[in-house]
Design a protein around this ligand. Sequence first.
Ligand SMILES: [Cu+2]
Length: 157
Amino acid sequence: MQKQFLILLLAIGLLSACTVPQAAQPTPVATVKIDLHDPWVRTPAQGVDRTAFYVTIMNGSASDDALIAIKSDVAQANELHETVTEDNVMKMQPVSEVIVPAQGKVALQPGSFHGMLLNLNKELKAGDKVQIELTFKNAGQISVEAEVRDASNGGGH
Ligand SMILES: [Cu+2]
């Protein structure tokens, strides 16, 4: 009985904590500004169940931000990768984040950083639209609609 009473008190405390200060606080000023330009997904090669996602990220804020994750519902696994050249061999490796400098930009593009869509659960063809959710350290989650496109040249991703 005593415990229930305590829980009730806690609940009331939480309620008032939620409602009272909210009315008094000024509207927060947005300090994070991320713009996403030209999002696209490469048309997967015939019979291949993986592809790459590209976008240019512009950071209009005064502090660095970082892309830390991507998510889509067309792939079972969504990773951040970087294409590097070692001993004249191009290969890609997972990265934990892609830094977007303050007042600067970074491009996820063929031969560089990219989002990797692995174990595709849907057939993608040129012209399809794919919803991608990007998670940034500061700016939080931003969703974009990426168009599926054939790569203009055959360069590896
Ligand atoms: Cu990759």
